[in-house]
Design a protein around this ligand. Structure first.
Ligand SMILES: *Cc1c(COP(=O)(O)O)cnc(C)c1O
Length: 457
């Protein structure tokens, strides 16, 4: 008789985990008010008062800036375009090198390419999964222009040494805090510890406006340049007194009044959302502390964490269960995910970015090798082995439970831990299944949760 569900036994739980619910009555009312006004956007792409948007856009920006003490907050229609705006505003251009993490959503690096600059990947720290001053320093060259720091999974990167290095080498620092709204580093809100940074408001993030983003900076010049890029800079540079025309080709990255109205309400929910993530994460921390082979997320000194994702390090040698098989066995004990949700346990995050065809073939803008062709004679190596820690996490060590989210409860986390413990207790039943996993039999584990769902970016 089998005990484990994967071997034909009864699963530990069949009742589904509750579905995510993000919009409430307050958002509905806020949207109706905008609908009634009939002004779904008040932006104009020409000089005059409206080039900075309408009432709700400005209210949302002001509210965000005031909550954290940022001098400037600039809403954008996604955080991908927000990153592009930051790169453009910073004056980064063709042939400049920008240091970035390989273990992040692809846009952290492609934002650089849009201005003809070249992403150079620094490896991640094996405990925090963020790039560090040490790994950044190893890849600096005379062509380095900026560091794009990603606060991955919601944990603040170790900013003090990174800022010291950046100031010493005169590098701009851009913070990708997409996964870490409201997070602090040594008491300071992240986002504008560097020169400019910001947050994603896509549907999957802590709070959202469907799609959207928020740039923040304490630097007035970067703020103005960002506002210009967001809204047809070329038409506005003269009226705004911007005489540096570098990267002043604008776009339309404007948020609508509807989204801004939703955002104002969502921002009020952020603290409670973060507190909920913290509570569940702390509970899972306590469970994992009792299970050999599993290491809960480690916080660097002074670093806050939003637990956008809860990244566990797994030691298969310790448990004797291959990672993919463990994932499959644990998920078999738990209810299958509802539509749009992740399986309870996933393995790895994204493949290190440089392994994508874009970097392997060095074809980005046009098909003649731009922007790498800008630096003829420099060999950019995106080969396997470039960032061994990121590769190790991806291939072997990282587990991503997906249950640190609203509206799950402590009891749900207890069920997850019980499933984990059940699998470990009966691991002898997995013996015959290991070889099967190596073949084609993998279900959930084959496509890591974070990878299989484009949304959780
Ligand atoms: C979500 C995300 C982005 C992109 O944000 P969008 O709003 O979806 O464009 C960029 N970087 C990281 C680390 C993210 O998680």
């Amino acid at each position: 008789m089998s005990n484990l569900a994967i071997a034909g036994g009864a699963p530990l739980r069949t009742r589904p985990f509750p579905a995510r619910k993000t919009m409430g009555e307050a958002e509905k009312q806020a949207v109706i008010a905008v609908m009634d006004s009939d002004r779904l956007s008040s932006f104009y792409g020409s000089p005059g008062e409206r080039w900075l948007g309408g009432a709700k856009v400005r209210e949302f920006e002001q509210k965000w800036a005031e909550k954290y003490g940022f001098r400037h907050a600039i809403s954008v229609n996604s955080w991908t375009t927000g990153l592009m705006t930051a790169v453009g505003a910073a004056g980064i251009g063709p042939g400049d090198e920008v240091i970035v993490s390989p273990y992040t959503m692809s846009a952290s690096a492609t934002a650089v390419l849009f201005y003809g600059a070249i992403p150079v990947f620094a490896d991640i720290d094996p405990d925090t999964f963020n790039i560090s001053a040490e790994t950044i320093e190893q890849v600096l060259t005379p062509r380095s222009k900026a560091i794009l720091v990603v606060h991955i999974f919601g944990q603040a990167a170790d900013m003090d040494p990174i800022m010291a290095l950046a100031r010493r080498r005169r590098l701009t620092v851009i913070e990708d805090a997409a996964q870490a709204p409201g997070v602090r580093y040594k008491g300071r809100p992240i986002g504008a510890i560097g020169d400019i940074g910001g947050f994603s408001l896509n549907y999957h993030k802590h709070i959202h406006t469907g799609e959207g983003g928020m740039l923040v900076t304490d630097n007035a010049r970067l703020a103005l340049r960002s506002q210009l890029i967001r809204n047809h800079a070329e038409n506005l540079v003269e009226s705004q007194g911007m005489d540096d025309l570098c990267n002043m080709i604008g776009a339309n990255y404007r948020l609508t009044e509807l989204q801004a109205a939703i955002g104002c309400v969502q921002l009020d929910r952020l603290d409670a959302c973060l507190a909920h993530h913290h509570q569940l994460a702390a509970h899972l921390d306590r469970h994992l502390a009792t299970i050999p082979g599993f290491t809960a997320p480690r916080l660097a000194e002074g670093a806050g964490h939003a637990y956008y994702a809860y990244a566990v390090k797994y030691d298969a040698a310790r448990t004797g269960i291959p990672r993919a098989l463990l994932v499959r066995a644990v998920n078999a004990e738990l209810p299958p995910p509802l539509a749009g949700e992740q399986p309870a346990l996933g393995q790895a995050y994204v493949a290190p970015l440089y392994l994508a065809p874009l970097y392997q073939n060095k074809i980005a803008i046009g098909s003649k090798g731009f922007p790498w062709s800008m630096n003829a004679g420099v060999a950019y190596d995106y080969g396997k082995g470039s960032c061994p820690v990121a590769e190790r996490m991806h291939e072997h060590e990282m587990l991503l439970p997906s249950l640190i989210r609203e509206p799950l409860t402590i009891a749900d986390i207890d069920d997850f831990a019980a499933a984990l413990k059940k699998v470990l207790r009966h691991k002898d039943e997995l013996a015959g299944l290991a070889s099967q996993t190596a073949g084609t039999g993998i279900q959930h584990g084959h496509r890591p949760a974070m990878e299989s769902n484009k949304g959780k970016q």
